[in-house]
Design a protein around this ligand. Sequence first.
Ligand code: COA
Length: 219
Amino acid sequence: MQPFVLESSAVRLEVPGAADVEAIVEACQDPVLQRFTTVPRPYAPADARFFLERIVDHGWATGREATWGLRGPGSSLLLGVVSVRMRTRDIGFWTTPAARGRGLMTAAVRLVADWALGDGGLDQLHWEGYVGNDASAAVARRTGFTYTGVGPGTQPDRDGGRPLCWKARLRPVDERFPKQGWPDLTGGAGEPPREWLRPADVDDSAPETPGTPRRPEDS
Ligand SMILES: CC(C)(COP(=O)(O)OP(=O)(O)OC[C@H]1O[C@@H](n2cnc3c(N)ncnc32)[C@H](O)[C@@H]1OP(=O)(O)O)[C@@H](O)C(=O)NCCC(=O)NCCS
């Protein structure tokens, strides 16, 4: 696949490159990002270069993974990363702490989902986030994903475990507005209500090979 740009009035998504190393390294020091993703800890410039060469460039070249850097219109500053793994049909993302809460990732996920479920040829897109990651769930909810339940993550965490994840799914026919049935995303990290804890009914039939290292910028 050739990298391409996606853009709206709110965001510009284009392949990240060497000029973004510093911004990626700085973002990946954030404890929230470290808590809810499996980026290496500690995170050094070599990790960013590995990500750019082996995950981003290789992913585009092989068609296995499409990764974009999120920027504001007319700006070169990297504000986040969003990617889709084509085989497992899952979306992952993060924004820099300073860029959060402005609707940027919501706008980015809308663009990426429209591509993935359109020209990208996917029949569904999966999202999962660790239980308690309300901000990520809010993005998935706002962009029209249907909450499908909770279950072990499809990707190992840093210790090789499979922490409990909220899961959701978006299909091409789904309306892109918030659906009923999501947890009450209040921003608290308390116990989730019992009704959220039904087993996930997502199609996990194509998980990554156990033990496969996760991409550095994964979620
Ligand atoms: C998840 C993340 C990408 C969201 O990015 P963002 O640019 O802030 O997203 P948006 O501004 O588009 O939307 C944020 C939504 O989360 C809500 N939100 C933000 N912080 C929240 C919190 N602590 N609790 C509950 N909701 C929260 C916002 O209100 C908004 O929802 P709303 O529009 O329905 O009110 C960002 O918080 C992040 O990078 N987190 C760390 C990495 C991560 O968790 N990645 C996802 C792994 S699954």
